[in-house]
Ligand binder design. Structure first.
Ligand SMILES: [Zn+2]
Length: 337
């Protein structure tokens, strides 16, 4: 029998994508589902089934946004009904289209790719777009989800182009890149801080949220734009979390000093296989804004690219063992105090 205070995050390795199982008491929450490519998807699904244990039910599945590395596995899971999904939270193309139509009072004729219309594929889904400022009380109000991104105006400004982009066939997989070497913590303090930012409409519309349960808080940033999350975190106060899931697999374009000045945590999770992300600039920004705080960086995957990246660095880091997902057991952490 699960303890009602169990609060556990299992980081399912999903290649270059995201797939997180959060267990709050007896409730199972799945945040994204990794890409559709068969090898990664089948491995992620097997690990998910194992992590779920006896109760093979997802009480709520959240799809942060449309990119294949977040939604791909979900399409297959819903089609095959391999795991029962009770409810879905997803700003689907239809909801976005309806929201734009209502706001602009003109019909924008865009047809979304059928493959992405997973909201029609079974479980009950939210009936309107979810945007920053919304607070969802889940599982008998024991889990609080504060939405920090996207902003309503972004749906109007970027929604149409994002939906249009769905018509393009195929998806851009994670490309290889030259080896990237992370320097020491002291060198990171002096690391350049270029001001390039993400211009992907899909990422601008990514959900980002704070999940609160049993006195613990996790910041899930999806692939969101940091400017949007900064705007949604009020004032100059520092918001503390047990864990921050870094935006967009650690891309430099989705991290800013401004955001990380507002956010403090002992642990940062980067969901990536190291082939395209993360960027050193992201680690530099987190280290620069952390001051004397002790930090550990956690990774969803282990491979040569990632371990080589850190071979010269003194940053504290943790990789999963092959075939065994990383688990954060916040209930156990609380008991230790
Ligand atoms: Zn992504």
């Amino acid at each position: 029998m699960e303890n009602s205070q169990t609060f556990k995050l299992t980081v399912i390795p999903a290649g270059h994508g995201d797939c997180f199982l959060v267990q709050c008491g007896q409730f199972n929450l799945l945040i994204d589902s990794g890409p559709s490519s068969a090898d990664i998807r089948l491995r992620a699904h097997a690990l998910l089934v194992k992590a779920l244990g006896r109760r093979q039910v997802i009480d709520l599945a959240i799809v942060t946004h449309y990119d294949d590395d977040h939604i791909g596995g979900m399409v297959h899971m819903l089609r095959s009904q391999s795991v029962k999904v009770e409810r879905l939270l997803f700003n689907s193309p239809k909801l976005i289209q309806r929201f734009i139509d209502e706001r602009t009072r003109e019909e924008v004729r865009i047809t979304a790719a059928d493959a992405c219309e997973i909201s029609e594929l079974l479980p009950p889904c939210n009936d309107t777009v979810i945007t920053a400022g919304a607070q969802l009380k889940l599982f008998g109000e024991r889990v609080i989800l504060d939405v920090l991104s996207p902003l309503e105006d972004d749906i109007v400004h970027y929604g149409a182009s994002m939906i249009a982009s769905l018509r393009r066939e195929g998806n851009i997989g994670a490309l290889g890149r030259d080896p990237v070497i992370c320097p020491t913590r002291n060198q990171l303090l002096a690391y350049p801080n270029p001001s390039k930012s993400d211009n992907s409409a899909a990422n601008c519309l990514s959900l980002a949220f704070r999940l609160t349960f049993a006195g613990h808080k996790i910041l899930f940033l999806g692939d969101s734009w940091p400017s949007r999350v900064s705007q949604s975190l009020p004032g100059d106060a520092v918001h503390t979390f047990d864990l921050v899931v870094v935006s967009h697999h650690g891309s430099q374009y989705n991290s800013t000093l401004e955001l990380y000045k507002k956010v403090a945590a002992p642990d940062y999770l980067v969901s990536t296989d190291g082939r395209r992300h993360p960027d050193i600039e992201t680690f530099a920004r987190i280290v620069k804004t952390a001051g004397e705080r002790d930090l550990t960086f956690h990774f969803s995957e282990t491979n040569d690219a990632l371990t080589a990246m850190f071979k010269e660095s003194d940053l504290k880091r943790r990789f999963p063992e092959q075939g065994v997902p990383l688990v954060f057991d916040f209930s156990a952490a609380k008991n230790r105090k």
